[in-house]
Design a binder for this molecule. Structure first.
Ligand SMILES: [Zn+2]
Length: 320
């Protein structure tokens, strides 16, 4: 017996940038729709705006697997677009920025289809994202820091509520005027597209366990939005901690050297004010300075690259 597919899937090249010598930079979109007429909203997931951030590509792959092989009791009601890599050349050569120049793609939005190569690429991505009712923009940190799974949103109640549906460790809110200009999230916010910026892990790495949590969180959100329907009762996810512009403490290196963390110090732990987190040593001057937790709280960002300069970010802690 031939089983009819539950989902119509299409993998399409939606934009191609010509590079000088026989190489092209192609933007791929995977679209999933019900075989019958969609009754739910369209949602989009974009990852890889920074070419060195790899978790989002894995998350998109896992979401695509799920949609192509829906378990019994699940149905797709809305439409899903996945852009697993928005900066293909950067990723292919292991670089954060565009590869053909040093522009940050996530400072180029909304882009310009008549403009430079990076503006043209940004405009193509933006046009896709504009079709969504809810857009998720997945980032990892850079190669210097690791971030526990979190979501960053403009501090509007409806966006905070959507962010909580992901069930991640932290929801970090920012006022719209403090959101960095040129980012996809800022440009989409100005066009009234609900946007959730997910952060997890570190650049050039793949954090499989945390990525799986994000996959489950996105599926949970999609059920709440009516994109997916499931006959079973969804598990109740724990409430995320909430960080804002007033309860996050930045711990910066007081001097240059090598950061040596105390055994057991890791991102995602609760810490107490005065707890020793590590030390910065200088192997040539033979000096060291201890690093202590500045407040009681939850360590959600931690440096993983040991080389520090005066002022380098070591950790971020949300108080409480
Ligand atoms: Zn990023």
């Amino acid at each position: 017996m031939v089983v009819a597919p539950k989902v119509y899937a299409q993998n399409e090249a939606i934009f191609t940038l010509e590079l000088p010598f026989a190489v092209t930079c192609t933007l791929w979109r995977q679209r999933f729709e019900p075989v019958t007429l969609a009754t739910g909203p369209r949602v989009t997931v974009i990852s890889g705006l920074h070419g060195d951030e790899l978790d989002g590509g894995y998350i998109c792959y896992r979401l695509a697997q799920f949609l192509q092989n829906l378990p019994p009791g699940w149905a797709l009601r809305g439409s899903v677009d996945l852009l697993p890599n928005a900066n293909p050349l950067g990723t292919n050569i292991g670089q954060r920025f565009l590869g053909f120049n040093t522009s940050d793609l996530n400072r180029t939005f909304p882009g310009n289809s008549q403009g430079s190569s990076e503006e043209h690429l940004a405009a193509a991505i933006f046009a896709e994202a504009l079709q969504a009712e809810v857009c998720i923009d997945i980032h990892s940190s850079n190669e210097f820091l690791i971030e526990i799974p979190q979501v960053r949103v403009v501090d509007k109640p409806h966006l905070c509520n959507l962010a909580q549906e992901l069930g991640l460790d932290l929801v970090w809110t920012h006022s719209s005027h403090n959101w960095i200009g040129g980012t996809l999230a800022k440009a989409l916010y100005e066009r009234q597209v609900h946007t959730l910026v997910v952060e997890l892990g570190a650049g050039h790495r793949l954090h499989q366990t945390w990525s799986e949590r994000v996959v489950q969180g996105i599926l949970h959100l999609w059920v709440r939005l009516g994109v997916l329907q499931v006959q079973a009762t969804l598990p109740i996810l724990p409430a995320s901690r909430v960080a804002d512009e007033n309860n996050v403490f930045y711990l910066n290196a007081p001097r240059a050297g090598l950061l040596v963390l105390e055994s057991g110090v890791k991102a995602g732990m609760t810490i107490e004010s005065g707890q020793k987190l590590g030390q910065i040593i200088n192997p040539t001057a033979l000096t060291q300075i201890a690093i202590y937790a500045p407040v009681d709280g939850f360590l959600f960002t931690l440096r993983v690259h040991p080389l520090v300069y005066e002022g380098s970010l070591i950790a971020r802690v949300v108080r409480g």
